[in-house]
Design a protein around this ligand. Structure first.
Ligand code: URA
Length: 241
């Protein structure tokens, strides 16, 4: 059955103001639906099919947004923090009206891929440990990462609170007093990557998330920049997660 919704609700959901504000806009005759001026705010329409214009400009309805950010250091990924700058402070109003939240947080000093969306179902699937969505990190540590560590990560590492991690995959890039590697984990415990290396007496000096499942960080995004996911990226995420 065709899903219809009230015009004032649709406009308000899309950020054109409170219900009261949009009622005023409608009353002023600024809205056309299918080329006809509409003055009833409770008119029920199909926002995907009916053509809505505001002041002569077409409005394209959508419910969800998906943003990929290259998170910089120094910004927290929670949406509300009385002290620190949050990721929402660097997002434009045109997206904030959709109330995006991060699907999988990063620490204040971690950089890289952060997905912001208002699609709760997709966020839940990406984060659910049952789905085992791999998150890959580039990591620089103070310590010698050796070949033998691959097996240690693969078998699971016991963290400071006694929790044993699921198998994870270590790819060594450089083995030295300061080592570089990629690590793919399938869960997201608090400070997980840092605590995994800590358990092996190594300190993480730099951490950057490169991917979440099929979604890869667009390296053309500078730190603090973000863009909408392409339709292809959204579909890939939905299929694989
Ligand atoms: N693991 C960490 O320790 N920190 C992050 O930000 C992400 C994963």
């Amino acid at each position: 059955m065709e899903k219809k919704e009230r015009l004032d609700k649709i406009l308000s959901n899309m950020g054109y103001g409170s219900r009261k504000d949009v009622k005023k806009i409608i009353k002023e005759g600024r809205i056309k639906v299918n080329e006809e001026i509409v003055k009833e705010n409770d008119l029920k329409i199909n926002p995907y099919k009916d053509v809505i214009n505001l002041d002569g400009e077409r409005i394209f309805y959508r419910k969800y947004i998906y943003l990929m950010m290259n998170k910089p250091k120094g910004v927290v990924s929670s949406t509300d923090d009385p002290v620190n700058r949050t990721i929402l402070d660097i997002i434009d109003e045109e997206y904030l009206i959709f109330n995006p939240f991060p699907a999988g947080r990063l620490d204040k000093d971690t950089e890289g891929l952060l997905l912001l969306t208002n699609d709760g179902q997709l966020a839940h699937q990406i984060l659910s440990p049952n789905k085992e969505v791999g998150k890959t990190y580039y990591v620089e540590v103070d310590g010698f990462i050796e070949e033998k560590h691959k097996d240690v990560f693969n078998k699971g590492i016991t963290l400071d609170d006694g929790y044993k991690t699921l198998p994870s995959q270590l790819d060594i890039i450089e083995s030295n007093v300061l080592s570089k590697a990629k690590l793919t984990i399938k869960e997201g415990k608090y400070h997980q990557v840092k605590r995994m290396f800590q358990a092996l007496n190594m300190e993480v000096l730099y951490l950057k998330r490169l991917s979440m499942g099929p979604l890869k960080l667009d390296e053309s995004l500078k730190l603090g920049e973000y863009r909408e996911l392409t339709e292809e990226e959204i579909q890939l995420l939905k299929q694989k997660c």
